[in-house]
Write a protein that binds this ligand. Structure first.
Ligand code: GCU
Length: 431
């Protein structure tokens, strides 16, 4: 009845159409309930079983997982959430070393800057990789690859680091980017990382794809031959960021001082979501770190705690596929949940980290994802968290799958890096 009233209104005039659409959008906006922070209000839910295939077959061997169930889950994540794998002309990827400094970080590291062109010989889009490599090693250095939020110059006070130059399509093109030097340095424990024998590479994530809903015009999407704005499973912005980070790994593979077989992809928050998807879909990464990734990352969607699927889709419509927008008010119908994103990383090591005050990201939901990925690791004979309840704050747990919730808020701290370096030593490099 109501539908036919709306339909007849549609026939009246273009003005009426926009009015109806606007009020519909407004109504949808209104329907997003305030975030729930009350554990007793978490709805009952049943998680999809990573070890039961879509045809009902029980997956009880590594072979069945690798040949059958993993590809199924990977496809589901593509079609439901992050989008199809981009088809781009990889012969147009080119690397240009733009700077080398032999005595960076107080003489401990070599600093390299390499521009990665995505559409050579066109100058853009491109990313500027900043790489610090420890000096004096007798072997290529294992490495972390972790994108940054505001430009390479924000990660350190070192004046040798070239300030990110925004191109005319970038969101922050009018900012004085030099004035941001060092503003995010507390998140980048460069010296600690170098002292422990690791290289670290970073780039500004918006050089891959600007972080706003621009109809997928201003970043790498125009390079994807299979991008179709009308498809329900187009490559999302997180999908594009992950693709760009895989190209950064292509670049690291060409640097002799880097041990590209031991590169850990890491990310904070929206870039933690990206790191999980990047590590799940690109098996060259030797390990994955999700720092406070929350909704759409490590946190279980079905718990509907803190940020929820309806809200994330309304606030950041470009992060996920069009299809994912259908699940805002029916997360139980998702054929996947985030424990399976972690399971896709198996048997490679994964670290899920939360922060106590970061309830928006649902620390318990992040823990439960890691816990519910365990059966897949167990197929490989690998241990997991070693606990079934979320541990006390500042008490890291697990082998192969690791987890901690630290005191404090949504951030990356020295404490987090301390744990990631132990994880890298013990699980990834196997020292
Ligand atoms: C917002 C968003 C989160 C995201 C975070 C970030 O808070 O709601 O999903 O993780 O931004 O990336 O900092």
């Amino acid at each position: 009845m109501r539908r036919s009233v709306v339909l007849s209104q549609w026939l009246l005039s273009a003005a009426t159409i926009s009015l109806v659409l606007a009020s519909h959008a407004f109504a949808q906006q209104q329907q997003i309930a305030p975030p729930n922070y009350d554990e007793s209000k978490v709805p009952a839910y049943e998680l999809p079983d990573p070890l039961v295939a879509q045809d009902g077959q029980v997956i009880d061997t590594v072979e069945l997982w690798t040949q059958k169930r993993r590809p199924e889950i990977l496809e589901l994540f593509k079609h439901e959430m992050f989008g199809v794998a981009p088809e781009a002309d990889l012969s147009k990827i080119a690397f240009e070393e733009t700077k080398t400094v032999d005595n960076a970080l107080g003489g401990k590291a070599i600093q390299k800057e390499v521009r990665v062109y995505f559409d050579a010989p066109n100058p853009t889009p491109c990313i500027d990789l900043l790489i610090f490599i420890p000096k004096g090693l007798d072997h290529p250095a294992p490495a972390f690859l972790m994108p940054n939020f505001q430009g390479n110059q924000t990660t350190t006070d070192e004046t040798s680091v070239t300030a990110y130059e925004a191109n005319d399509k970038a969101r922050n093109k009018d900012k004085d980017l030099e004035s941001l030097r060092g503003v995010a340095k507390s998140r980048w424990a460069f010296e600690k990382i170098i002292d422990r024998g690791y290289a670290i590479a970073t780039c500004h994530y918006e050089q891959i794809d600007p972080d706003y809903d621009d109809g997928f015009k201003n970043g790498v999407h125009p390079l994807f031959k299979n991008f179709d704005i009308n498809a329900s499973d187009y490559t999302s912005t997180i999908g594009a960021w992950a693709w760009g980070l895989s190209r950064a790994l292509d670049c690291l593979e060409t640097i002799p001082e880097i041990d590209a077989k031991h590169v850990i992809i890491a990310g904070h928050s929206r870039l933690g979501k990206t790191a999980l998807w990047c590590g799940a879909s690109d098996e060259r990464f030797a390990g994955v770190i999700s720092n406070d990734s929350g909704c759409g990352g490590a946190a279980l969607s079905r718990r509907e705690f803190g940020e929820r699927v309806d809200r994330i889709n309304a606030s950041f419509p470009h992060w996920f596929t069009k299809k994912f927008h259908e699940y805002g008010d029916k997360v139980n119908e998702l054929p996947i949940d985030e424990h399976e994103l972690i399971a896709l990383i198996a048997p490679r090591p994964v670290y899920v980290a939360s922060a106590q005050e970061d309830q928006w990201a649902d620390p318990k939901g992040e823990f439960l994802s890691a816990l519910n990925a365990e059966p897949v690791y167990a197929l490989f004979g690998l241990p997991g968290l070693g606990v079934t309840e979320q541990p006390e704050v500042n008490t890291p747990v697990g082998k192969t799958i690791r987890y901690h919730v630290r005191t404090g808020g949504h951030d990356v701290t020295d404490y987090d890096w301390e744990q990631y370096l132990n994880f890298a030593d013990e699980e990834v490099v196997g020292k």
